[in-house]
Design a protein around this ligand. Structure first.
Ligand code: UDX
Ligand code: UDX
Length: 466
């Protein structure tokens, strides 16, 4: 029988779980949505009466939370209760790359997923539809099912794969107007009914022709493939950015020329200092690991090259700064504008800025960092996570500033690492005047006009321009 969903639980109140559940609550007033997380601080922040303090910065999210919170949207740490009450449970916990043991540095660490499954199995007393929202290696659903089906308490679990395609910074709009919603289900009568129940939830605001149903494995693999293709485009254009620099071509002109071919398309062709974010690298490494584990070495090598190119691009940019500053940055003050992995988010996971900064610090540069949304604690924690030097050394060499104009004062160079809109609006003459001369400006996001910057007096370098 088709189940009408009245209570949803989501385990994991992160960048995916938080916004996605907020949208479901906002669009489905007849469904109660409980978002739970083991992190007490995070849940407290989601419950902060001032929604400017919710833990995730996303344009438009705070007002949606304001509308639904306390009505049919709840944030709590009571995971057991939320599991018990739910008809449908989304699992949206993080799946980082393994940092130990077999598959270290490549495979997805599924320990949190497994813990969730065991907890659901232990607590559930009625049938549940389990929805994988986290990005997972292909065939994870099978492992989930085996854990859940071995509880012996007669409860039935149906497992769906419903990968999230929202991009950070545009999450609200992506959730509101998704290109597609993908729902993978088991090809059995029960599986089809479970799939239909989730289709019905999304149908409250997404048109039916945008809701795709597939089998579970296709759905799981499609998520990895989508991210791999997107990242591949960035690495492809970034590989050409270097060729443009040596041949005096302009990578934006090349991107425009190829992007107007409708078969190629114009999106995702912006050369940059390298892609970041929690997904691209992790999902490609995952794809590489899975391919290798099936003995498909050529397939694995093909996709690994996307990561190799991305690492090279970050290193190349940092190296360019050192070389341009007369082959040494030791003791030189370099202002870094932008720490988030892209604009309009406070997320810094795998941000190119972290790696560029680390390279410059290894060359003994002194860094002053400014980002409109990232906190000082986060910046230091990102640097510390790399383990390249001691906490004291990081604190000695790095300063975090609340003002871009303070950050650039007496700097030898400025490097733009995130494409925040506000950077374009700065008074660049004022910045030039407050810097040491020659004043070097490195644009890792192609934000600024070369003519204008050179006219002001900057020694200007822009990725992908000869
Ligand atoms: C998501 C997906 O789940 C990941 O697979 C995808 O590739 C990227 O997006 P995200 O929402 O960005 O992850 O992760 P994060 O912001 O770290 O949120 C995960 C939350 O799950 C954290 O708040 C963490 O405390 C919580 N969690 C983790 C639990 O509640 N229980 C656990 O056992 C583990
Ligand atoms: C990505 C996918 O787009 C999304 O569908 C999936 O659900 C999660 O992973 P996200 O990582 O949030 O989303 O942001 P995205 O806009 O894809 O950007 C990823 C990185 O690529 C950023 O560092 C961005 O600056 C970089 N990028 C993107 C470029 O350098 N050039 C481009 O043309 C596009």
């Amino acid at each position: 029988m088709l189940k009408e969903i009245k209570n949803i639980c989501c385990i994991g109140a992160g960048y995916v779980g938080g916004p996605t559940m907020t949208m479901i609550a906002a669009k489905c007033p007849h469904i109660n949505v409980h978002v739970v997380d083991i992190n007490v601080d995070r849940i407290n922040a989601w419950n902060d009466p001032n929604t400017d303090h919710i833990p995730i910065y996303e344009p438009g999210l705070a007002s949606l939370v304001n509308e639904a919170r306390g009505k049919n949207l709840f944030f709590s740490t009571d995971v057991d209760q939320a599991i018990q009450d739910a008809d449908m449970i989304f699992i949206s916990v993080n799946t980082p790359t393994k940092t130990y043991g077999v598959g270290k540095g490549m495979a997805a660490d599924l320990k949190y997923i497994e813990l969730c499954a065991r907890q659901i199995a232990a607590v559930a007393t009625s049938d549940k539809i389990i929805v994988e929202k986290s990005t997972l290696p292909v065939r994870t659903a099978e492992a989930l099912k085996r854990i859940l089906d071995n509880t012996g308490n007669g409860v039935n679990f149906d497992i769906l794969s419903n990968p999230e395609f929202l991009a950070e910074g545009t999450a609200v709009n992506d959730l509101l107007n998704p290109d597609r919603v993908l729902i993978g289900g088991e090809e059995t009568d029960r599986g089809k009914l479970a799939q239909q129940a989730l289709v019905n939830v999304y149908s409250n605001w997404v048109s039916k022709d945008r809701i795709l149903t597939t089998n579970v494995w296709s759905s799981e693999l499609s998520k990895l493939t989508a991210n791999a293709f997107l990242a591949q485009r960035v690495s492809s254009i970034n590989s050409l950015s270097e060729l443009c620099e040596v041949t005096e071509a302009d990578v934006d002109e090349v991107a425009r020329a190829i992007g107007s071919d409708s078969r190629i398309g114009s999106k995702f062709l912006k050369a940059s200092v390298g892609f970041g974010g929690s997904c691209f690298q992790k999902d490609i490494l995952n794809l590489v690991y899975i391919s290798k584990s099936y003995g498909l070495n050529e397939v694995a090598d093909y996709w690994e090259q996307v990561i190799i190119m991305n690492d090279y691009q970050k290193r190349r940019f940092a190296k360019k700064i050192v070389e341009t500053l007369f082959n040494t940055v030791s003791g030189k003050r370099i202002a870094i504008l932008g720490w988030a992995f892209k604009k309009d988010t406070n997320d810094t996971r795998e941000s190119a800025a972290i790696y560029v900064a680390d390279y410059l610090l290894s060359e003994q540069a002194e860094l002053v960092i400014y980002d409109p949304k990232v906190t000082k604690d986060q910046i230091f924690s990102d640097l510390e996570y790399l383990g390249s030097r001691s906490t004291e050394e990081n604190r000695d060499l790095v300063e975090v500033s609340n003002s871009p104009y303070d950050a650039v004062e007496n700097a030898h160079a400025v490097a733009i690492l995130t494409e925040w809109d506000e950077f374009v609006t700065y008074d660049w003459s004022k910045i030039y005047n407050s810097m040491l001369k020659p004043a070097f400006l490195f644009d890792g996001r192609r934000l600024l006009s070369d003519e204008l910057m050179r006219e002001i007096g900057f020694e200007f370098y822009k990725i992908g321009k000869g």
